[in-house]
Write a protein that binds this ligand. Structure first.
Ligand code: ZN
Length: 485
């Protein structure tokens, strides 16, 4: 590449050929140039290293080709688009590891089934707007829609993150809801893994009622295909799952049933009784610390989903956090969320002893901090489920804030939500940090998340493969649609 001085590059700015972006994406794009230079910017690089002030990053044809201190006499690529980011911060595009393309449909009333709707339009746009440039779905309800959405994103037909798809839930009996297949045994688990691997799914998720025998078959078949498997488990405890070879556990301590006094092998005792006992335990005690050690020794990663747990604690998150998602929600979906939120707060006021969700959230935060301090790999995702209110993108940002509330530094929280996921996916040569040779997947925010983590909400531009998307335009394009489509 021909190089010229920085002054010359400045003169040429604006005369750069653009239109590397398909017409369908152009309404959402604010930076579209083959070569982009981000100047005077604070960098949090995703490795966990402290934020660096006054840096310069060069993006060429979708890749990062230079990153380092701004010295003022650097040679610039000819015709680069220069963007002065003084006062702003850049961190890697988030690698969301517990994402879904569905969302709970508004409560239909007594006697009606609990259903989730596929948010094929709103979810991909909100993930990208929130800075999630890579998303692993953690369980699918409409697998063929998920595959079509991924193909449309990859073909540049619709905006969205790089998707790594997980097959339909591998759920035992009784299945949690009517949209899930019920496994009939280990052979059935093996058959489904083989089938969905052939359809292009790149990971699997075991669910609450899967038996140890079914989980073993699923793990073995996933590994035979060179693929990984995670789980939100209940009938199988964490140590047992680690012993069976699972690669990842979702949600962390508060869903682990192995400490429950009435636990029977291969049977889910239900979340409530197990959590009532768990809430009386000490995270620093030998049992839970033993599980942490066992998971680390068996190379099992944990995915943090603090944002969804928080929604079950009374009056959390603060209403200001929720007002920013309100306009994204279908009015009925907002109403359904607000009603349940109020009921949780009321119950806590009437019977404070019955409300253990606040304590469980604190225990989970402590568990995640300990797990990482002892050498465990923690990842993060938003899990837009529960009774609603946790939305794609917004929920991922909230999870970063809750990791900092747990005791992680902002840089460590961003590392958890970027590089760790990229490594688990085997994509760390391309994704997860700001380094030369990697994809130009970057989030530009106003302010300084290293000082105030809430600044991760002030997204100005999200670069995916060097193309800068406007989060406000993405959000506006699906206003009022979450909960509908
Ligand atoms: Zn989930």
């Amino acid at each position: 590449m021909k190089r010229s001085s920085i002054a010359l590059a400045g003169l040429l700015c604006g005369a750069v050929a653009s239109a590397q972006v398909p017409a369908t994406l152009q309404p959402f794009v604010k930076v579209d140039a083959p070569v982009v230079v981000l100047e005077n910017v604070r960098v949090i690089d995703g490795t966990g290293a402290p934020a660096q002030e006054n840096q310069m990053i060069v993006l060429e044809h979708g890749k990062i080709t230079s990153v380092g201190p701004q010295t003022g006499d650097q040679l610039m690529p000819t015709g680069a688009k220069m963007i002065d980011l003084a006062g702003k911060t850049v961190f890697p595009g988030l690698v969301g590891m517990h994402e879904h393309l569905f969302y709970p449909l508004p409560d239909g009333g007594p006697g009606l089934l609990r259903l989730y709707g596929e948010m094929a339009d709103s979810a991909p746009r909100l993930y990208l707007a929130g800075g999630v440039t890579t998303a692993r779905t953690a369980g699918s309800l409409e697998p063929y829609t998920d595959i079509s959405v991924k193909q449309a994103i990859d073909a540049g037909q619709i905006p969205g993150p790089k998707l790594f798809l997980t097959g339909p839930y591998l759920e035992g009996s009784p299945a949690l809801g009517p949209q899930l297949h019920t496994l009939t045994g280990p052979d059935d688990a093996a058959r489904l893994v083989d089938y969905w691997a052939a359809e292009g799914m790149t990971s699997f998720k075991a669910y609450t009622h899967i038996t140890p025998e079914e989980l073993k078959a699923a793990v073995d078949h996933a590994h035979e295909h060179g693929l990984k498997i995670t789980g939100h488990l209940c009938a199988v405890g964490f140590k047992e799952a680690a012993g069976l070879g699972i690669d990842n556990l979702e949600h962390g301590l508060v869903v682990d049933t192995e400490f429950y006094s009435q636990k029977k092998t291969g049977v889910c005792p239900g979340q409530r009784p197990a959590q009532a006992e768990l809430a009386k335990m000490d995270v620093e005690g030998p049992e839970i610390q033993g599980t942490i050690r066992f998971l680390i020794d068996h190379h099992v990663a944990v995915t943090s989903t603090l944002a969804i747990f928080e929604s079950f604690a009374p009056n959390r998150p603060p209403m200001s956090e929720e007002m920013r998602v309100r306009t994204s929600l279908l009015p009925d979906a907002w109403g359904s969320y607000a009603t349940t939120r109020a009921a949780i707060a009321e119950r806590a006021q009437d019977q404070p002893s019955e409300s253990i969700s606040g304590r469980l959230l604190k225990m989970e935060e402590r568990f995640e901090l300990d797990f990482v301090m002892r050498g465990g790999v923690l990842m993060a995702g938003c899990d837009p489920t529960g009774y609603g209110g946790v939305l794609p993108g917004f929920g991922d940002q909230r999870n970063l804030e809750l990791l900092v509330e747990s005791g992680f530094s902002p840089e460590a929280a961003i590392h958890i939500a970027t590089q760790n996921g990229a490594q688990w996916l085997g994509e760390d040569a391309q994704l997860g940090t700001i380094a030369v040779g990697k994809a130009a997947d970057l989030v530009v925010v106003d302010g300084n998340p290293a000082k105030n983590i809430a600044d991760v909400e002030k997204v100005e531009t999200v670069f995916k493969d060097g193309v800068g998307y406007d989060p406000q335009k993405l959000i506006a394009s699906v206003r009022g649609l979450v909960g509908l489509r």
